[in-house]
Design a protein around this ligand. Structure first.
Ligand SMILES: [Zn+2]
Length: 209
């Protein structure tokens, strides 16, 4: 996915390796900002062929293409506050797998996620908030409860658990994703992005087999 590579990665593990390499370039101030010029943009007018679908939080500190050092046409990104999985998100992942043929589905949580923090507060206080915050409690409480099953843990650990729990939830919920993993054509990864050092830490990987 960079001018330096001769071929677009296609296997699930190759795609994940390429995205991790992009993140490392970003984190070390060596980003190549690939695939962002006019020629690349115009080459995509007839269609797209992204290598991965990424579900992430809308948080302005988590710009997916930038932190993976990717460009136009590389990643199919689905974002909302908290990266909550609802029918439109699940449908978008299914579309990416079935119609766009992505080789990887990545769920990305992040450091100091306000939505996860609100869910932690809701669970620990046993008080259901109103408005958007209620959605966070409804969608993220399973991750909080799973993380705290053996006692209190810090928010960082809950964010990691959230990535792992949500990735497996996607697997249970989207038949095309499970089939892709069984067939070896799609990989599934859960990871957490660290604001502090810019790195993505892997907490869950499923490449079938
Ligand atoms: Zn967030």
């Amino acid at each position: 996915m960079t001018e330096q590579t001769t071929a677009t990665p296609s296997t699930p593990t190759d795609v994940w390796t390429a995205l991790k390499e992009g993140n490392e370039r970003f984190a070390t101030d060596e980003a190549l900002a690939p695939n962002r010029d006019t020629a690349r943009r115009q080459s995509l007018t007839a269609g797209q062929n992204p290598v991965a679908a990424v579900i992430a939080c809308s948080d302005s500190r988590v710009p997916v293409e930038l932190l993976l050092d990717a460009g136009f046409g590389d990643v199919f990104v689905i974002r909302n506050a908290g990266g909550c999985i609802d029918s439109s998100v699940a449908g978008s992942v299914d579309f990416a797998v079935q119609d766009l043929g992505v080789s990887l589905v990545l769920f990305l949580s992040h450091e100091r996620c306000g939505a996860v923090g609100a869910a932690i507060q809701g669970v620990n206080s046993a008080k259901l908030p109103t408005g958007l915050t209620r959605v966070f409690v409804e969608k993220i409480a399973p991750s909080v409860l799973t993380a705290q099953a053996d006692g209190p843990v810090d928010s960082s650990e809950i964010e990691r658990t959230h990535a792992r729990v949500t990735a497996t939830h996607l697997l249970d919920r989207i038949p095309s994703l499970r089939k892709g993993i069984d067939d070896g054509t799609v990989g599934l990864v859960g990871a957490r992005y660290r604001l502090e050092d810019g790195r993505v830490e892997t907490v869950y990987e499923n490449f079938g087999g």
